[in-house]
Design a protein around this ligand. Structure first.
Ligand code: HEM
Length: 215
């Protein structure tokens, strides 16, 4: 692994790649809207919307957490600086999380606040989901690079460690919901993916993969 590598694409491609990635992030919601419009979301379309937006929020959380291991593996040290991938994917996680929460409040509960409170108090999965969503708020608010200056790099970094806690929370939320349906395949897949992403941050694992001599 080289510590000097630059991400291998020219500067004038940066804006184009960023725009392309921005459009890619919109595809899941466009696909959902089109399929809903065409009546192609199956027997329970509203539940499909709730589940899909939840899955995409989690997908973007994992993509955000994949940026650092990818950078370490490739040695493309300026990757995030040039494309601001963590910010883009983190904001998409928040966007899909907000749609997911809205879909739940609207389609599942019809904005009946006493039923919602009841659900939050009786189903731990719901309370943990909400807590995870609330932890996303400070991250979304401080996502702009100007906030690093305002908060100071140290405090900004400390705050952004919340991503780990909210990802663990989302996985517990997912796990409990799947447990109720007696099928843990999907959440287990995500737990394995997250474990691999976290392992890739450890120098011994990383050094083995990048064949960096251990001295
Ligand atoms: C960071 C925030 C959240 C993430 C990442 C998340 C993620 C997920 C995921 C992955 C699923 C399962 C999808 C599937 O089975 O295909 C799900 C389902 C669900 N979530 Fe969330 N969730 C979050 C917050 C919330 C909140 C705040 C609520 C409501 C209080 C909520 C309510 C639900 C409901 C009702 C389901 C569907 C359960 C079912 O039909 O079996 N989620 N969520």
């Amino acid at each position: 692994m080289s510590t000097h590598n630059k991400t291998p694409f020219p500067v004038h491609w940066e804006q184009m790649i960023k725009f392309f990635l921005f459009l890619l992030g919109l595809l899941p919601v466009i696909k959902l809207a089109v399929n809903f419009w065409r009546d192609q979301l199956g027997a329970d379309p509203l539940n499909v919307i709730i589940n899909d937006t939840g899955i995409w929020s989690l997908n973007f959380l994992l993509l955000t957490l994949a940026v650092t291991p990818f950078r370490l593996l490739t040695g493309w040290n300026d990757l995030n600086k040039r494309l601001q991938l963590r910010r883009l994917w983190g904001l998409y996680a928040f966007f899909y999380g907000s749609l997911h929460l809205l879909a739940y409040l609207w389609f599942e509960q019809g904005f009946n606040w006493s039923d919602i409170l009841d659900d939050l108090f009786t189903r731990p999965a719901m309370a943990i989901g909400l807590l995870s969503f609330l932890l996303m708020l400070p991250l979304a608010i401080t996502s702009h690079s100007s906030m690093i200056k305002q908060l100071g790099k140290h405090h900004w970094k400390q705050l952004h460690y919340l991503i780990y806690w909210l990802t663990f929370g989302s996985l517990i939320h997912f796990w409990l919901l799947a447990q109720a349906k007696a099928d843990l395949t999907k959440p287990l897949t995500y737990v394995i993916l997250l474990t691999l992403l976290l392992l890739l941050r450890f120098p011994p694992v990383l050094n083995r993969l990048t064949k960096k001599p251990n001295h």
